[in-house]
Design a protein around this ligand. Structure first.
Ligand code: SAM
Length: 256
């Protein structure tokens, strides 16, 4: 089966999702403005920047499942080194191209076969020299991928075959006093995650509802404390008149 995240359609939709201006995404002048700029808001609304600065050390960040890179660039505003890793070669390549070329062109669907040419631009407040993008697997990270003060897993956990193992593994790669931000709409699908590996979204053996937040908490609380919890709407445009609107839950965890 083709990996959706390697397709032309995914590259185009994610470049618009990460870098599109409001008028490029909502070109009929109507729509939920508070759902825009999600990859930026995952950092600006959730990263504990002042707490991180107080650590008084070289700050290292990891954006796991970084797609085309926006959140990693936002992390580079206040982190000293940032690594973006995505399983999709084409996503990591697009992110790296924006880093080196400053501007990249891409096409979005307007309706039917009609397309529009757009440009994604690097923003002056980012520090691209601090960011590196790699193709890689969140479930098989190398030993050297470690020692982070801030890790973002945005809309990733419900795309993994064993999220509990992946989250536990990432926890071990965070420095004491560091943070993990996990955002997700908790869209569990057997296509990505076998039913017995879902973190929540099912009835327990006692017929009680188990939420993904509860499942996450059980894993995280072994080593981390919950610092913040917030709803984050986001929207992915399919074409000029069709969108996927979702509400992710963002949780921020601090390592003891
Ligand atoms: C729903 S997208 C979210 C992307 C990005 N974080 C965002 O919020 O826009 C899921 C991303 O996870 C990536 N992904 C899926 N499985 C992965 C894995 N095992 N390791 C690394 N990335 C993975 C996909 O290629 C895709 O970019």
């Amino acid at each position: 089966m083709t990996n959706f995240y390697e397709t032309d359609r995914a590259v185009s939709e994610y470049l618009l999702f990460h870098y599109g201006d409001p008028e490029e995404i909502l070109d009929h002048g109507t729509g939920p403005l508070d759902a825009l700029d999600y990859p930026k808001r995952c950092i600006t609304e959730l990263a504990p920047v002042e707490e991180l600065k107080k650590l008084g050390r070289t700050l290292r960040g990891l954006d796991l499942g970084c797609a085309v890179g926006r959140s990693a660039f936002e992390m580079s505003v206040f982190m000293d080194e940032v690594i973006g890793i995505d399983y999709s070669y084409r996503f990591a390549e697009a992110a790296e191209r924006l880093k080196t070329d400053q501007v990249i062109s891409y096409q979005v669907r307007v309706e039917g076969e009609i397309i529009r040419e757009l440009e994604a631009q690097r923003k002056p407040e980012w520090n691209p020299e601090r960011v590196k993008f790699y193709q890689g697997d969140a479930q098989h990270l190398g030993e050297a991928v470690t020692g982070f003060d801030l890790v973002l897993m945005a809309n990733l956990i419900d795309r993994l075959s064993d999220p509990a193992v992946a989250v536990s593994d990432v926890m071990s790669r965070v420095n004491q006093g560091g943070y993990i931000i996990i955002t997700s709409p908790y869209t569990w699908l057997e296509e990505y995650t076998p039913r017995d590996k879902w973190l929540g979204g099912f009835l327990s053996e006692e017929s009680e509802e188990k939420s993904t937040f509860e499942g996450l908490k059980e894993i995280m609380e072994t080593d981390f404390d919950l610092a913040h919890r917030k709803n984050l709407p986001f929207m992915i445009r399919e074409h000029s008149r069709k969108f996927q609107w979702s509400v992710a839950e963002g949780t921020v965890w601090k390592k003891r």
